[in-house]
Design a protein around this ligand. Structure first.
Ligand code: NAP
Length: 355
């Protein structure tokens, strides 16, 4: 089977699970010879029953995925640029690679007789644009029937890139009959990564939190969180369960930054510059650009609750979501071990954590 973007934060766990099960995995990466990107994959392949072959492929290259896809009945398309802050050129950096990449991968599936199923890594941001959108939802909870209709090139371009890509995939699957499409829509992915080399948004949020970016107070902002290991499991089941179909929200629970900080303080002690209070919404909105978030985005998200229905993933894919507390503490511990979060100067016990 094929995993595109095999070195990514999410895909690395998926590759690990596939290798544990003894599958022969083809993985695409942009530079297979870069050990900082692929060393962890090659090391895990040495220890696990499956086999791993890495191929070079760029999302912008129309024929780039054919070689890697040859002979693969199952394709996991995870590769997509993930930039949320300080986007330079939304079309060039997000929308084009995401949508053209999806087109190129699915056109390769059309040409590859072996392919029977494509699992697409979409996102909850293909389901909603901003938290304020929840006010329009009668059930007061987003589910798989909802689509992001509020993002565009100039507002939430990453979300727009994911919504466009998923819509394109549903259009392309309907134009042929050999392969089917199963979509997973993860929330904010947190939890321990398998390589240090990641700028995934969740890693940046946890790093900033631990290093004091919100020491004077955190915005009233909700995150719909899911553990990276549960996201890998969701992909695996979406690929392997024959009856799987449609979209699947992968979210454990929603937590605010203050709640995440409280969990971390409980587990790691008082030594870290974690926020204790919420800053007033007008102030949070006013200062948002300093953290790379446009004011218009802050205005439509700060102070608005976020809720998701995850029953489909639980019942159809059999996912038991890890509690958020387990996810954030194991993630934070890894960032500490890797030196991405600075240990507090005074208390050694706080730096090591309790228990
Ligand atoms: P990640 O670690 O940044 O992985 C993204 C992958 O996409 C990397 O392998 C990256 O390759 C590849 N990629 C980006 N641009 C590419 C291009 N032009 N050509 C070829 N490959 C390219 O982020 P992740 O969190 O694992 O994200 C994986 C998928 O999950 C994405 O589709 C993302 O939208 C989705 N997702 C993520 C989250 C989250 O919170 N992390 C939530 C919902 C959905 P390089 O390493 O070479 O850059």
């Amino acid at each position: 089977m094929l995993v595109t973007g095999a070195n990514g934060y999410v895909a690395s766990w998926l590759v690990k699970r596939l290798l544990e099960r003894g599958f022969d995995v083809h993985g695409t990466v942009r530079d297979p010879r870069d050990p900082s990107k692929t060393g962890h994959l090659r090391a895990m392949a040495r220890d696990l029953p499956g086999t791993l072959s890495l191929f070079r492929a760029d999302l912008l290259d129309p024929g780039g995925f054919d070689g890697a896809m040859a002979g693969c009945p199952l394709v996991f398309h995870t590769a997509s640029p993930l930039i949320v802050r300080d986007v330079d050129d939304p079309v060039r950096d997000l929308i084009e690679p995401a949508t053209r990449g999806t087109r190129h991968v699915l056109e390769a599936a059309d040409r590859t007789q072996a392919v029977q199923r494509v699992v697409l890594t979409s996102s909850i941001v293909a389901i909603y644009g901003d938290a304020v959108d929840l006010e329009q939802i009668e059930a007061n909870r987003f589910d798989e029937s909802h689509w992001n209709t509020t993002s565009h090139e100039g507002h939430q371009p990453y979300s727009y890139s994911k919504a466009l890509s998923e819509r394109l995939a549903w259009k392309m699957v309907a134009e042929q009959a050999r392969w089917d499409l199963v979509v997973v829509n993860p929330g904010l992915v947190l939890g321990p990564g398998l390589s240090r080399n990641t700028n995934a948004e969740g890693v940046l949020i946890m790093r900033d939190l631990g290093n004091g970016a919100h020491r004077v107070g955190a915005p009233e902002l909700d995150f719909a969180i899911v553990d990276v290991r549960d996201v890998a499991e969701g992909h695996l089941q979406a690929g392997l369960i024959p009856e799987a179909e449609g979209r699947h929200i992968l979210v454990s629970e929603t937590r605010s930054l203050i709640e995440i900080a409280a969990t971390l303080r409980d587990r790691f002690g008082d030594g870290f510059p974690l926020p204790r209070r919420t800053v007033p919404n007008p102030m949070a909105i006013g200062y948002a650009p300093l953290g790379g978030i446009p004011r218009a985005v802050a205005k439509r998200n700060v102070g608005y609750p976020l809720r998701f229905e995850n029953a489909r993933a639980r019942t159809r894919l059999g996912i038991t979501f890890r509690p958020v507390e387990e996810t954030v503490t194991s993630h934070f511990q890894q960032l500490l071990n890797d030196g991405l979060v600075s240990a507090p100067r005074r208390s050694g016990s706080a730096a090591r954590g309790r228990g």
